[in-house]
Write a protein that binds this ligand. Structure first.
Ligand code: SF4
Ligand code: SF4
Length: 405
């Protein structure tokens, strides 16, 4: 599909990215078959092909409206459409450019602006966010407590661990489990205090410059760590990892940071990528082996790690149950669950139905957003999969006061 990008964007790297993506699309519509929002609404403009047209029109200088913004807002950024596109269209790269362009041309009503500002503010204030999540009964007040476990191996390797913003407020025990599991594998994990929020929340909520400030700060912190011998940046929230892998696009028009952004993006690892290289050995059998594994879209469709967590846990004695419609998003999608509750809740209900069809003892996932979203209504405990590894690596005494949010 030919595209003639007009206006200031035409001279930018972001404009070139959009033109390349548009050129690859042949308008066949195969992508609609795997799009969750198209499957629910049946509206062409709620599918990837329709959204690509909307973005093309916007970038070519045609009028845009609240309706254009409405259909782009309803996109989950799940990238399921990319998995069925025969032309290899990198839809998410176009979506980011299109959303940013439309944000500069279409004013949102005050309540939408307020909601976006509030979410961005809270992600930067951990203690306040945690207090509100507890008050709103979104997370338990007490985190799982475990007895300290002696480190089994000498720490011959070192990696950096993303502290995170929402996760460090809602579920700090994920990082604690990750650190213990990596220590058992001989890898010392260091949290880098200067690198906190990955910037995805601001970027997806009409605040691209604010997001770039997060991104530059993180890059500076991690480049220093990599220069000091850190092998990789471990990110146990797959949504954050996906955004960090996109740092080169986010800073494509910043010559000072472009190559550093590529270096950081190449260094990102989900914990499963590291652990599958030398799988851990269980010291004890799982107490409740029958489980369901929910691969977040950001684990499946970005880095292509579908099934990796289930395989790792199977090797430790767990019994992941078959799940249908794994390509469909659970509806979390960052702040989507707050801003698009109708579609989000429908997707969650469908996802929980398939995840619990075989009566698992627990649901394991890989992203803080999915953990909070599914756990909010699930009667089956929802956990991060690293906790399942942690549970069988040593004599861990779990004294959870409450299983999940
Ligand atoms: S499947 Fe790919 S080429 Fe076909 S319309 Fe969708 S994005 Fe375009
Ligand atoms: S990213 Fe997901 S919701 Fe958005 S168009 Fe693609 S499949 Fe549909």
């Amino acid at each position: 599909m030919r595209a003639y990008i007009r206006g200031p964007l035409a001279e930018t790297a972001a404009g070139a990215i959009a033109a390349d993506v548009l050129k690859a699309c042949v308008h066949c519509g195969f992508c609609n078959a795997t799009c969750p929002t198209f499957q629910i609404t049946g509206d062409e403009l709620d599918g990837p092909r329709g959204r690509i047209y909307l973005i093309k029109q916007a970038l070519e200088g045609e009028p845009v409206s609240r309706l254009t913004q409405h259909h782009l807002d309803r996109c989950l950024s799940c990238r399921a459409c990319e998995t069925t596109c025969p032309s290899g269209v990198e839809y998410h790269r176009l979506l980011d450019v299109g959303r940013a362009e439309i944000a500069t041309r279409v004013a949102r009503p005050w309540h939408e602006r307020l909601a976006r500002r509030t979410i961005r503010f809270l992600t930067g204030h951990r203690q306040l966010l945690r207090a509100l999540l507890i008050l709103g009964r979104k997370i338990p007040a007490a985190q799982p407590k475990r007895a300290a476990k002696p480190i089994a191996a000498a720490l011959s390797r070192k990696m950096s661990l993303l502290t995170g913003c929402v996760q460090s407020a809602a579920a700090p025990h994920f990082n604690a489990s990750t650190t213990r599991v990596f220590a058992a594998a001989g890898i010392g994990l260091t949290e880098t205090p200067a690198a906190r929020c990955c910037g995805a929340v601001a970027f997806h909520l009409d605040a691209a410059d604010e997001a770039r400030a997060h991104v530059r700060r993180n890059i500076d912190a991690w480049i220093a760590e990599l220069d000091a011998g850190s092998e990789a940046i471990v990110v146990n929230a797959s949504g954050c990892a996906t955004f960090i892998r996109d740092y080169p696009d986010v800073l494509a028009d910043d010559p000072e940071y472009a190559s550093k952004a590529h270096r950081v993006a190449r260094a990102v690892r989900d914990p499963v990528e590291v652990l599958r290289e030398s799988p851990p050995i269980a010291a004890s059998a799982p107490a409740n082996p029958r489980i369901a594994v929910h691969d977040p879209c950001t684990l499946r469709n970005g880095p292509g790690l579908e099934g990796a967590v289930a395989r790792l846990l199977s090797g430790l004695g767990y019994e992941p149950q078959p799940i249908s419609d794994t390509h469909l998003c659970c509806g979390s999608a960052g702040s989507y669950s707050l801003l698009q509750p109708t579609l989000s809740h429908r997707l969650r209900a469908d996802k929980l139905e398939v995840l619990t069809a075989n009566a698992p003892a627990a649901i394991y996932t890989a992203n803080i957003g999915c953990w909070m979203h599914l756990g909010e209504t699930s009667s089956t405990p929802v956990r991060h999969w690293i906790e399942a590894v942690d549970a069988v690596l040593g004599a861990i005494q779990e004294t959870q006061t409450r299983e999940t949010p």
